[in-house]
Ligand binder design. Structure first.
Ligand SMILES: C[S@@+](CC[C@H](N)C(=O)[O-])C[C@H]1O[C@@H](n2cnc3c(N)ncnc32)[C@H](O)[C@@H]1O
Length: 200
């Protein structure tokens, strides 16, 4: 399995990334009220910047990621009585149908096949489960200029239709943050959307 985050993992928890994940978390918690009985799953958990803040609110967080190096940083933060289960690999390896809440921050554009992933998420979630995805709106490819990814962001209308096709009811889609990058030549704004849906 390719690990594209080897050179980034140890420096991942930078003030910028922490700020970005805080924005995701505050927006998500305006709409979803995690319950202490819930089993949550984070897709593309990375070093746990989001998931470790959800952990105290629920009974379990399954943190899934394909990068061993990112998960190594995460594991160093876990306590012996942690409510986190770590899965190194694709979410397809998780097969129980017991998830109440799926969340994912800035990982969807890395997935090889979003439609296939959504169909799988529908099979591991309980009816009524929440799913929250935060990612980039369609961009010109410059966000990952040196490290191309499967999706240069998402057209949220198309993504919403894919959620519906997979068996989710899309509750809301909104732009919750804008990332600004400046070079000598130009300033580029990258919008981040949050899509919130419920499993039918
Ligand atoms: C941009 S990072 C975001 C990490 C974390 N969610 C955060 O906001 O700090 C994307 C993460 O998705 C993971 N990832 C990439 N492809 C994946 C896949 N197919 N399944 C699960 N995780 C994946 C990467 O290894 C990486 O940790």
């Amino acid at each position: 399995m390719n690990d594209n985050f080897v050179s980034k993992a140890s420096q991942w928890d930078s003030p910028d990334k922490i700020k970005m994940t805080q924005k995701f978390l505050s927006e998500m918690l305006l709409h979803v009220n995690p319950q202490s009985s819930w089993k949550a799953l984070e897709l593309g958990a990375g070093t746990g910047l989001v998931g470790l803040q959800i952990e105290p609110l629920v009974s379990k967080v399954v943190m899934v990621d394909t990068s061993e190096s990112m998960l190594e940083v995460l594991k160093q933060k876990l306590h012996s009585n942690s409510k986190v289960d770590v899965i190194h690999g694709e979410v397809f390896n998780y097969k129980q149908q017991d998830i109440d809440f799926v969340f994912s921050a800035m990982a969807f554009h890395h997935l090889p096949d979003v439609e296939k992933t959504l169909l799988h998420l529908a099979t591991i979630t309980k009816p009524g489960a929440w799913i929250v995805v935060g990612d980039l709106v369609t961009e010109d490819g410059s966000y990952h200029h040196f490290d191309p990814v499967p999706y240069c962001g998402f057209d949220t209308d198309i993504l919403s239709k894919q959620f519906v096709k997979a068996g989710f009811d899309v509750k809301s889609v909104k732009i919750y943050n804008v990332i600004t990058r400046k070079t000598d030549e130009k300033t580029t704004n990258y919008e981040q959307f949050m899509l919130i849906a419920k499993r039918l």
